[in-house]
Write a protein that binds this ligand. Structure first.
Ligand code: R2B
Ligand code: URA
Length: 317
């Protein structure tokens, strides 16, 4: 949106350079970003990425590619679509420079907590640091299971909670349990709903997002290989989640919020948000059969082209 250029002086989101407080990194001549096929010494990271302001990350290669292509078209760009590294088979992360499309990395953050924490904290954030980026906003755009909402609706997360409905992310560091806050950027949560008003027929709402450790048992699905609970128990749990203001469920928002938030304490690229399309209403069922008609345009381009065709949007790859 916009094209406003640099944000005004004094704007709370003029955050400055990306500093990482890690003394070990400073003393390392090279820092290999193994999963991105990049390195501090082997690549001129400031020249390649130094002007990036907005990074959009997601888990599905096909959807991120569709998103990158959609943005390329929306912004009226001609020619090659950003930069790509051909070695990967994993997918793309769209990265935008203000309103000017700048680059597409051929990586996604993958599915689930371990995957996103490798890609996001240990490598994407170091990339932004080594590239000397300033004033960076990071948005996770993805899919989710809705709770009591129409399939195709977009949920803007105001709070990421765990599967006990608590706004926390727990992990073990050197054998000790560490609990981190999952606070998101309140200004951005306030701003994003206005963007959806410009797009016709796009139901958008703000709500809590439940982040679980997996897609099946963590989300109370009955369509699993093994299942020990009844459909009544499942519905009781999901309705409790709905009553506690949860409007969707996915598997990365808590760790995304915690890692970006933690980095916000030691470096300034802290503006962050999670925006997910609901592929189905979990109060109605468990199986995903395709991309709903009401889904945003980049998702829609992945819908099956012919009746009976494999629903490519429903698959993750
Ligand atoms: C949403 O969709 C994926 C699972 O299909 C996962 O990345 C998530 O959080
Ligand atoms: N992603 C999830 O994590 N859950 C769903 O139900 C759909 C997409």
């Amino acid at each position: 949106r916009g094209g406003k250029g640099e944000r005004a002086e004094g704007d709370r989101r003029c955050c400055g350079p990306v500093h990482i407080k890690n003394p070990h990194l400073d003393s390392m001549e090279e820092n290999v970003l193994y999963h991105l096929d990049l390195g501090k010494k082997t690549h001129n990271l400031p020249a390649m990425f130094g002007d990036i302001k907005l990074v959009c990350v997601g888990s599905s290669p096909n959807r991120m590619r569709a998103f990158a292509q959609f943005m390329h078209k929306q912004l009226g760009l001609v020619g090659e679509m950003g930069r790509t590294w051909q070695t990967s088979t994993q997918g793309w992360t769209g990265a935008l420079h203000q309103c000017k499309y700048r680059a597409a990395l051929d990586r996604t953050h993958g599915m689930g907590t371990p995957s996103i924490s490798i890609m996001l904290q240990e490598e994407l954030i170091k990339l932004l640091h080594h590239a000397k980026c300033r004033d960076v906003t990071i948005i996770r755009i993805s899919t989710s299971g809705g709770l009591g909402i129409e399939a195709g609706s977009v949920v803007i997360t105001d709070m990421a909670v765990d599967n006990s409905f608590q706004p926390r992310f727990e992990l073990v560091v050197l054998g000790d349990m560490v609990v981190r806050s999952t606070e998101l950027d309140k200004d951005l949560v306030g701003e994003l709903p206005a963007c959806s008003k410009e797009i016709p027929d796009l139901p958008t709402l703000v709500g809590h997002t439940m982040c679980t450790y997996d897609f099946y048992k963590g989300q109370g699905r009955l369509d699993r290989a093994l299942c020990s609970f009844s459909s009544e128990k499942k519905l009781e749990y999901l309705k409790r989640a709905y009553d506690a203001s949860m409007r969707n469920i996915e598997t990365e928002s808590s760790v995304f919020a915690a890692l970006c938030g933690l980095c916000g304490q030691c470096f300034k690229a802290r503006v962050r948000e999670v925006v997910c399309t609901a592929l189905l209403d979990r109060l109605e069922g468990d199986q995903i059969r395709g991309v709903p008609a009401a889904a945003p345009a980049p998702h829609r381009s992945l819908r099956p082209k012919a009746p009976g065709a494999e629903p490519s949007g429903g698959k993750h790859a």
